[in-house]
Unconditional design. Structure first.
Length: 102
């Protein structure tokens, strides 16, 4: 079953340098991440509108072939190194959800 990681940025960015470094590391690792984990970006900070509750400052939605691959990507050393730059640059909420069978 596919799985999705959804990242909500819930505050404005307060450290542009850290976000730039996080983005740079992800861009450099994108091909390897896709090959190793089957990651497929579906939404990357597109325009959003809240239908209920507060509108997040940004949304990223990533698709994976399985929940195990999604967890493995999130826990991978390369992503954890990049994540260290993102975590303190703004307020975030990150969820993983299992999709329906294809």
């Amino acid at each position: 079953m596919p799985a999705y990681i959804i990242v909500y940025r819930e505050s404005p960015v307060r450290d542009e340098t850290a976000i730039a470094e996080y983005s740079r590391r992800n861009r450099e690792s994108a091909a390897a991440f896709q090959q190793q984990f089957g990651i497929r970006p579906l939404v990357v900070y597109g325009t959003s509108q809240a239908l209920e509750g507060d509108n997040p400052d940004g949304v990223v939605m990533l698709q994976f072939p399985s929940i195990e691959k999604a967890r493995a990507w999130y826990a991978s050393p390369a992503y954890q190194e990049a994540l260290a730059f993102r975590k303190n640059a703004a307020e975030w909420r990150v969820v993983i959800v299992e999709g329906l069978p294809e």
